[in-house]
Design a protein around this ligand. Structure first.
Ligand code: FAD
Ligand code: SF4
Length: 327
């Protein structure tokens, strides 16, 4: 690991000022940054520790929605009784992310900024070609082992999957990322790779995530997060879905439905085709299964990951039928 200097920021203003310097990186729980520094992907000159800044770890829930401070720990948010009641998909996404030890250290802001688990990206010594690490160097994954790579939102420059779980739930329920005064809708916060896969988030140098807000909605209250992975105890998603459902007073017509996917796309993926198709329809297993297939209409397999195109619609359908009480 390359040597770096360490600064403990006492205030948001100081953290912003330091983080704006070339070569500086923020440190929150450290569960991703330290890994990336060890494998030679992150090489900060200065690490700016923000964990001692007061007031950034609060969790607030009221009738308008939830506000999660950027330094709130994943485990605290997952376990918060108000989050579990009003936003079950958010709690479940966090519970199924990483391990208990990691969740106790890791923060909401750090979770949103985590980098891809593409094995080629994380092994610079063996695989120098990676457009995400070094723009223009190529993509070692294409033509390689692609079982965990994306089928949606890819480009000829990069096919890496966004690995986060929380971000999928936030995408389903129109969360907003707060960078101090500036606010960005979560769908605009995560960027598609296009020709610039090294730009993953709409964060400018010196900006710090301060909070995430999630508007209250009936769909968020009746929601779930379903994650399918190679081992149940502790693994990134092969495919996951955050879904929410609101029915009309008749108890069977779909008034609102939210669907977002994880593990299959280069960014947390809102499946709006599925939502549009289902709104106004009667909740029934066949209808839901047929609509779920629409999420994969633009999917492109990259070799070993073809199974995701079959798997993801099943995950969506199972999740919707579960919240609908017919599975
Ligand atoms: P840090 O490591 O401190 O920071 C991560 C990045 O975010 C750094 O670049 C840092 O500069 C930046 N950053 C931190 N805070 C801010 C802020 N407020 N504003 C702007 N930038 C900021 N995640 C899942 O979702 N699902 C999983 O299944 C999963 N499994 C995992 C398994 C393992 C073995 C490991 C190591 C991680 C796993 N993770 C998983 C990822 C884990 O959730 C992240 O490591 C964690 O959330 C990062 O949070 P942190 O506070 O430790 O971030
Ligand atoms: Fe790098 Fe993306 Fe290719 Fe992985 S898929 S090697 S992150 S360019």
């Amino acid at each position: 690991m390359k040597d770096f200097s360490y600064t403990r920021a006492a205030s948001l203003a100081e953290a912003r000022e330091r983080a704006g310097q070339a070569g500086a990186m923020l440190l929150a729980g450290g569960t991703t940054l330290v890994d990336l520094a060890k494998c030679g992907v992150a090489m900060p000159d200065e690490v700016v520790d923000i964990t001692h800044i007061e007031g950034l770890d609060a969790i607030k829930v009221d009738r308008d929605g939830a506000r999660l401070g950027a330094l709130a720990r994943m485990s605290h948010v997952a376990d918060d009784a108000r989050i579990r009641k009003e936003f079950p998909a958010v709690s479940e996404a966090l519970w199924q992310a990483a391990s208990a030890q990691l969740r106790n250290m890791a923060t909401i802001g750090g979770n949103l900024m985590q980098r891809t688990r593409c094995a080629y990206f994380r092994d610079p010594a063996s695989f120098p070609a990676c457009n995400k690490r070094h723009p223009g160097s190529g993509c070692a994954a294409q033509g390689g082992v692609t079982r965990n790579h994306a089928v949606l939102g890819t480009s000829s420059y990069c096919i890496a999957t966004n690995p986060g779980d929380l971000a999928v739930a936030l995408t389903a329920f129109d969360a907003v990322i707060h960078l101090g005064e500036r606010q960005i809708a979560v769908d605009d916060f995560f960027l598609l790779p296009g020709a610039t896969p090294h730009q993953e988030h709409a964060v400018e140098p010196g900006e710090i995530i301060t909070a995430v807000t999630i508007p209250a909605s009936a769909a968020a209250k009746r929601s779930t997060y379903l994650k399918v992975r190679d081992r149940q105890s502790y693994e990134f998603a092969a495919a996951s879905a955050a879904v929410g459902l609101e029915l009309e007073a008749d108890g069977k017509t779909i008034r609102d439905v939210r669907v977002a996917l994880g593990g299959v796309a280069t960014k947390p993926w809102r499946a709006r085709e599925v939502e549009t198709h289902l709104k106004g329809k009667t909740l029934a297993a066949e209808t839901v299964k047929r609509a779920s297939l629409l999420a994969m209409e633009s999917a492109v397999a990259q070799g070993d990951n073809h199974y995701k195109i079959d798997l993801a619609p099943r995950v969506i359908a199972r999740a919707i039928l579960k919240v609908g009480g017919i599975a």
